[in-house]
Design a protein around this ligand. Structure first.
Ligand code: SF4
Length: 141
């Protein structure tokens, strides 16, 4: 039986990115050929629509470019992803870099000016806290 792995859905071509497009990555698709892949989009799972206003992490909140606080939706999506992890005993995830949900190690700084700072997205952080090995999509080469 193949090992289950959690993957940001936009990386395999699902149009769930904030602007209604995706982040398809052929190398990641090839990397995943020996895994049983479970796709998730925590922002959609938290109840946000696609397309949606882009958001960034600011302190301990997630704020939309329109100034609206969407922290609750981001947390709800992260919890829904963790529920899937627990249900299937998933130990590994490949998540999209720099996203306020999925990013690992680096995220945008909350000023919407393309500046990166150290930090994890809301879902990535929750999975790491729950002992899931989270790999940034940037590190699949
Ligand atoms: Fe992709 Fe994650 Fe953003 Fe959804 S929340 S579009 S899966 S980076």
């Amino acid at each position: 039986m193949k090992e289950k792995i959690l993957v940001s859905a936009c990386l395999l071509g699902k149009n769930c990115k904030y602007d209604g497009t995706n982040n398809y990555n052929k190398k990641i698709e090839e990397y995943l050929k020996d895994y049983d892949v479970i796709l998730v989009c925590p922002e959609e799972m938290g109840g946000l629509s696609t397309p949606r206003i882009p958001s960034e992490i600011k302190g301990d909140k997630v704020i939309g470019k329109n100034g609206i606080d969407v922290t609750a939706e981001y947390k709800k999506g992260a919890q829904a992803v963790l529920d899937i992890v627990n249900k299937y005993g998933i130990k590994k995830a490949i998540l999209k870099s720099r996203s306020p949900s999925c990013g690992k190690d680096m995220v945008y700084d909350g000023t919407f000016s393309h500046k990166l700072i150290k930090g994890n997205g809301i879902t990535a952080k929750l999975l790491i806290e729950n002992k899931v090995e989270v790999i940034s999509s940037d590190n699949i080469v």
